[in-house]
Ligand binder design. Structure first.
Ligand code: NDP
Length: 453
């Protein structure tokens, strides 16, 4: 990829990032998306340049890599690689999810950790940026094997984290089951019961609404955008990709707000249900049986399943007003963007992290489609993790309604901040610039105040 930035200083930084780690394409992409949108900051904040904030912010504070050996059900030893990227702790303890997927590598975790810095900053809560995970694939593994892996993973990770140091959470492949096994192992090793992980079960320190938070927050963000234009979800056709945690609860909230979600996917293909997705069927398949999305048509024969070897690409050819990519990085490319625009899409909001390629993002912006980047639109998950940390510290549990109301307030604040920041720097409606600049300014102030560390 040719990641050239017009501004000479920013381009120098970009090329240096590429030269330092030439084999990290996802990280380059995330840094490019960031650097190419923050030029207005250079004029208004010369101290950011002088104090080398940008040079520092693209370099993780610490990167940890470790061996994860475990024994499978046949008694054979398996070896995976574990990671934790502690990217930036300027505004709070490191915070970010744990991804378990065969594609996991340093590049993917660095991109995720980098984005997390600015996302966490936007939530207004005191959380630094981090990400971790492993190339372990929980799919097709027994509960025993998942437990063996999670315990081994935590046997090394526990010495690097803590409730005031680094508080991991779930992500792709890490749900309530995995968090439970990891939390149990941490508690045993550290001999302490603390809020060291978020996404915990309700009986042992978890927060109501955390499961729903990312998908709900995404829809609250879109709702703010719609309201700004005196509009609502009412009567809108919505396409959601993925069928995991984020996709399921985005579907639920979009439906509650009056939208009709007509499609969902997984890495094998997508379903189209013109009557609106029956979420009870999806939850039974995905949350109970851990099955495949194609099983939906067994329960709803009027729906259509399309096998899609390109992951969820075909799903973007379905006409919709609102597209919510909620599966994984780079799942929506330029061809998909052209198909969506040709079919009249009005809003694209990222539930996943970096699901849209840079050329697709530019295409949306050029064609006056409102584009909401993940670091703002999907921040509801980590914001609610922040609320879980607050409840753990206070030894309290808030009701679903309390947490949901706080989540709604946070998403409204994020929208307002991103929207007004974009306008202030003369880039009205450019929510990529708004999110990156608003997220950066808070982190930069903290980094400058804390000196050269
Ligand atoms: P889940 O593991 O619950 O679900 C992921 C979904 O995406 C599954 O349907 C999965 O299908 C699909 N998917 C994963 N990889 C691919 C691929 N390579 N091609 C096509 N489909 C794929 O994860 P989450 O819902 O938690 O996360 C989804 C996205 O949202 C990620 O980008 C994550 O980083 C981001 N996110 C998550 C947050 C959270 O709170 N969980 C918070 C903020 C962002 P299959 O089962 O076939 O693999």
């Amino acid at each position: 990829m040719n990641y050239t930035i017009k501004n000479e200083y920013l381009n120098g930084l970009m090329q240096n990032v590429i030269a330092k780690d030439p084999d990290q394409p996802e990280f380059h992409q995330a840094v490019y998306e960031f650097l190419s949108s923050i030029e207005p900051v250079l004029a208004i904040r010369p101290d950011i340049v002088e104090k080398k904030v940008l040079e520092r912010v693209v370099e993780p504070e610490r990167q940890i890599m470790f061996r994860v050996p475990w024994v499978d059900d046949k008694g054979e030893i398996q070896i995976n690689r574990g990671y934790r990227i502690q990217f930036n702790s300027a505004i709070g303890p490191y915070k970010g999810g744990i991804r378990l997927h065969p594609s996991v590598n340093l590049s993917i975790l660095k991109f995720l950790g980098f984005e997390q810095i600015f996302k966490n900053s936007l939530t207004t809560l005191p959380m630094g940026g981090a990400k971790g995970g492993s190339d372990f694939d929980p799919k097709g593994k027994s509960d025993n094997e998942v437990q063996a892996f999670c315990q081994s993973f935590m046997r090394e990770l526990f010495r690097h984290i803590g409730p005031d140091t680094d508080v991991p959470a779930g992500d792709i492949g890490t749900g309530a089951r995995e968090i439970g096994f990891m939390f149990g192992q941490y508690k045993k090793l550290a001999n302490e019961f603390t809020g060291v992980l978020t996404g915990k079960g309700l009986a042992w320190g978890g927060s109501l609404t955390r499961t729903e938070a990312t998908g709900y927050g995404l829809c609250y963000f879109v709702d703010c955008l719609l309201k700004k234009h005196n509009d609502s979800f009412e009567g809108k056709t919505v396409v959601v990709s993925g069928s995991g945690n984020v996709a399921i609860y985005a579907t639920q909230k979009a439906t509650q707000l009056g939208g009709k979600v007509v499609a969902l996917s997984d890495s094998n293909g997508y379903i189209y249900d013109e009557n609106g997705i029956n979420l009870d069927v999806v939850k039974e398949i995905k949350e109970v049986r851990r099955g495949r999305i194609k099983e939906y048509v067994d329960a709803v024969p009027t729906a259509k399943y399309t096998e899609d070897v390109n992951g969820s690409k075909g799903i973007w050819t379905i006409p919709c007003d609102i597209a919510l990519p909620c599966a994984t990085q780079n799942e929506l490319n330029l061809d998909s963007a052209k198909a969506l625009v040709a079919n009249g899409v009005k809003i694209v909001a990222e539930g996943a992290n970096m699901p849209t390629t840079p050329d697709a993002t530019s295409y949306f912006q050029e064609n006056k489609v409102y584009f909401c980047p993940g670091k703002a639109a999907n921040a509801g998950g980590v914001a609610t993790s922040g609320l879980e940390m607050a409840q753990n510290s206070a030894r309290l549990s808030w009701s679903f309604e309390e947490v949901d109301a706080k989540l709604k307030g946070i998403m409204a604040n994020i929208f307002e901040n991103v929207d007004s920041t974009a306008t202030k720097v003369g880039m009205e409606d450019n929510y990529v610039a708004g999110a990156n600049i608003a997220g950066l300014l808070k982190v930069a102030d903290a980094m400058i105040a804390q000196g050269c560390i």
